[in-house]
Design a binder for this molecule. Structure first.
Ligand SMILES: [Zn+2]
Length: 224
């Protein structure tokens, strides 16, 4: 079932690796089927070089396996919390891409310092709060999803479709698979640029009017 989405999810996983966003096995992408509401996600414990489209797992929104011979990615329950909370999301990706993970480990959000950032993310990329011991020892992956959702209490997840899980790494999402892959690649690019920008000028900042202007331009392109 969902053979077309399995192929798309498979290809997207390979693209994350092609963009240099995935080292070893630290990465996964999933997508939601609009008709069934099922999620298709990469299996765990299989090297990227050996994965095939048929290995993709189909599960429901609670994580019950509908089809698949392998164990789903261990981050499945984090993905599911994102789908449940952010209703427009149709694809979620997680990587340990280097520069975004540097910010996550430092517990620092990625500030919006230029139009490159604004073209993909309207605001700073938030970092999640520190997780409590009982959130880590029980239902860790699900609770990781919950702290991600918490980070968007006053932020629109569709205009800033990325987050840094503190001491861990980035999760990104989008309205479809290609947009999610683009967001994962853009996040890594702007993270590296923000790091160097702040080294050159610790007071670097961006005017709100310029942010609004570029957000408007992007929306105009989306609707043209
Ligand atoms: Zn991870």
């Amino acid at each position: 079932m969902l053979e077309g989405i399995k192929i798309e999810v498979y290809k997207a996983n390979m693209e994350l690796e092609k963009y240099g966003l995935v080292m070893l096995r630290w990465g996964n992408i999933s997508a939601m089927d609009d008709h069934t509401g099922y999620i298709v996600i990469k299996p765990s414990r299989i090297p990227y070089s050996k994965i095939k489209p048929d290995d993709m797992i189909v599960c429901d929104i609670e994580g019950k396996i509908i089809e698949g011979a392998h164990t789903p990615s261990s981050d499945l329950f984090t993905h599911l919390e994102i789908y449940k909370a952010f209703k427009e999301v149709r694809s979620v990706a997680h990587t340990h891409s280097k520069w975004a993970t540097v910010f996550a480990q430092a517990g620092k959000s990625i500030p919006n310092l230029g139009t490159t950032h604004t073209d993909y993310f309207k605001h700073d990329i938030p970092v999640t709060r520190t997780m409590e011991p009982d959130e880590i020892t029980r239902d860790y992956e699900k609770n990781t999803g919950k702290v991600i959702v918490d980070a968007f209490a006053v932020k629109n997840p569709m205009t800033t479709p990325a987050v840094l899980v503190k001491n861990h790494g980035p999760f990104v999402w989008g309205k479809d698979i290609p947009q999610t892959v683009d967001n994962a690649a853009a996040l890594e690019y702007v993270a590296e640029m923000a790091f160097y920008t702040m080294r050159l000028n610790t007071d670097a900042e961006m005017n709100e009017y310029l942010i609004d202007k570029h957000t408007e331009r992007k929306q105009a392109r989306t609707h043209e």
